[in-house]
Design a protein around this ligand. Structure first.
Ligand SMILES: *Cc1c(COP(=O)(O)O)cnc(C)c1O
Length: 402
């Protein structure tokens, strides 16, 4: 099935790679001293030939694993036919993807704007909300994460991300997540949209309460504001449904998606529902948005998710994963939470040493805030690899002192 490259694809040593990146990158990303040169399914290899079980999963983008053969085939085929087609012209792959998204979207969301990343999908949602309502106010949530460009950053909570580049876009405010009374008090006739994650990822894997999300939908409808649900991380099967909002019976008016959509290839989209008014020609655009290569990759990815029944499997195996984690007998675990393959392990100690020890044991995982260990494995990960990851976590927690 998978083709394994014969030779190491890099001729650089681990040290050379780290030195070059350190010397010449912008230096804005905190990094671990680990050089990844190859991926296959749920496995990654470093430049020294060590293999890791990947529960970072490209921060959720590697939902069908690394280099899935169907995506590799779709990309190679399409790259030989047509890679570029401006949005001012029509294209077969784009047409197919738009129709396919309309099929799997929450009810009535049958239009989409295609772009290249999560933050761009959020930017589109913010612009469309202001254009459609003629209002300017955007209400987001504390601890929320929506991206790093100016519009989405204005909705993102963390002061560390915001402060260095202030002033941000005006008329953004933040209310406490899961505080419906605060949201009720905040929405007025100047509110264009409420922007929320269904499960806060960076914020610590915190699920919306059903009352909060359903209340947000009702309040937006009553006050002619739009509801934007950022499903960049939770979307495309991650939580055991196509979209996390479907667990709640809530349908947003605008839904930014990205990460998992391209099977590893960059693509984003902002899905648009019927409460959004017609958008004027020229009001938004993107050179690479909806390019045929990205669309072909996304189409292949959606095929894989359906053919391999990954959503059903994620719902079932995700529940088992949480049970397995709850079964770890350690006083260091405060709580296990999440949905599907978006799982957080809230610890009574700092997460960084745990991540380091896990890496030494061949398992890569993510933080979500200072004390939460976050697992975003590919939806294709094997039962054995998952169990192995849980055992590695149990071992590490046994060795670490509170
Ligand atoms: C990752 C993420 C984004 C930003 O996506 P990028 O592709 O990194 O720009 C936005 N919202 C959420 C919820 C995310 O997890």
């Amino acid at each position: 099935m998978y083709t394994t490259p014969v030779a190491d694809p890099t001729t650089l040593t681990a040290t050379e790679i780290i030195d070059l990146e350190t010397a010449h990158s912008a230096g804005v990303t905190g990094k671990r001293p680990l050089t990844i040169v190859r991926g296959q399914g749920a496995w990654l290899w470093d430049a020294n030939g060590n293999r890791y079980i990947d529960c970072i999963g490209g921060h959720g983008a590697a939902s069908i694993g690394h280099s899935h053969p169907q995506v590799v085939a779709a990309i190679s085929e399409q790259s030989g036919r047509l890679m570029l087609c401006p949005d001012s012209l029509y294209n077969d792959q784009r047409a197919r993807l738009l129709a396919r998204l309309a099929e799997i979207s929450p009810a009535g969301m049958d239009r989409a704007f295609l772009c290249n990343s999560g933050t761009e999908a959020v930017e589109a949602a913010l612009k469309f909300a202001r254009i459609s309502t003629g209002r300017t106010g955007i209400i987001a949530a504390r601890l929320g994460f929506h991206g790093r460009t100016f519009g989405s950053l204005s909705a993102t909570w963390r002061p560390q991300y915001r402060r260095p580049v202030e002033p941000l876009v005006p008329d953004f405010s933040h209310v406490r997540y899961n505080d419906l009374a605060a949201l009720d008090a905040a929405i007025d006739d100047r509110t264009a949209a409420v922007l929320l994650e269904v499960i806060q990822g960076e914020g610590g894997v915190i699920s919306a309460d059903p009352d909060f999300l359903q209340g947000a939908e009702r309040l937006c409808h009553e006050r002619a504001a739009l509801l934007i649900l950022d499903e960049v991380q939770t979307g495309v099967g991650r939580t055991g449904r196509w979209w996390a909002c479907q667990h709640y019976g809530v349908t947003p008016d605008l839904m930014p998606i990205a990460k998992a959509l391209g099977g590893g290839y960059p693509i984003g989209a902002c899905l648009i529902g019927p409460r959004v008014n017609a958008l004027p020609k020229g009001s938004h655009g993107s050179t690479f948005g909806g390019n045929p290569l990205a669309c072909a990759s996304a189409l292949a990815t959606l095929d894989v998710i359906e053919e391999e029944q990954l959503i059903e499997r994620t719902a079932q195996r995700g529940a088992v994963l949480q049970e397995q984690l709850r079964g770890i007998d350690s006083p260091l675990i405060r709580e296990v939470r999440g949905r599907g393959f978006m799982v957080g392990l809230d610890l009574r100690i700092k997460v960084t040493p745990v991540l380091k020890a896990l890496q030494a044991g061949g398992v890569l995982a993510l933080p979500a805030g200072p004390t939460v260990l976050r697992l975003l494995p590919p939806l294709t990960i094997s039962d054995d690899d998952l169990t192995h990851a849980v055992e590695a976590i149990a071992e590490v927690l046994m060795e670490l002192k509170p």
